[in-house]
Design a protein around this ligand. Structure first.
Ligand code: MG
Length: 165
């Protein structure tokens, strides 16, 4: 099949802290993410979208949160492993579209760095990665800053001929 599509979702709780990594970019703010790894929900959603597209399961199965090796893990490591699997399956990323729902922190100043970082990891031009952040208009647990949520959609293209692995 020349194209495969995948969707991913992730969420993490917020706690008082000194910052968090989202989309592989460190963001200084008055919160931190509660997680076994670094809690980069944006990368976790992206990993699940990529794995979804190759019918490769999900990030929780690949990197169990009861595994001490993943404690405080930079989620970029997860993304690089997932991209290895995408390439091994014979696919390259066509484009990726990511949405973060967060009442805080303010994400707009960080968008260019997030797009550049993720494009590099995915092996695509920055024009193939879209990142948008929204508040939840103050509604519900996201609006009360109890957590953040992230959604990702990716399109993969068959590489012809497939890389030798
Ligand atoms: Mg997660």
């Amino acid at each position: 099949m020349p194209f495969r599509i995948g969707h991913g979702f992730d969420s993490h709780r917020l706690a008082v802290g000194e910052g968090m990594r989202l989309g592989g970019v460190w963001i200084e703010c008055e919160y931190r993410l509660v997680a076994h790894s670094d809690g980069d929900a944006l990368i976790h959603a992206l990993c699940d979208a990529l794995l979804g597209a190759i019918a490769g399961g999900d990030i929780g199965r690949l990197f169990p949160d009861h595994d001490a090796a993943h404690k405080g893990q930079d989620s970029g490591v997860f993304l690089r492993e997932v991209m290895c699997r995408v390439r091994a399956a014979g696919y390259a990323v066509g484009n990726a579209d990511l949405t973060l729902v967060a009442q805080s922190p303010k994400m707009a100043p960080h968008a260019p760095a997030i797009v550049a970082t993720l494009a590099r990891e995915l092996g695509v031009d920055a024009s193939a990665v879209n990142f948008k952040a929204k508040t939840n208009e103050g509604m519900g647990h996201l609006g009360r800053k109890e957590g953040i949520a992230a959604y990702a959609v990716v399109l993969l293209q068959r590489v012809d001929p497939p890389p030798s692995v």
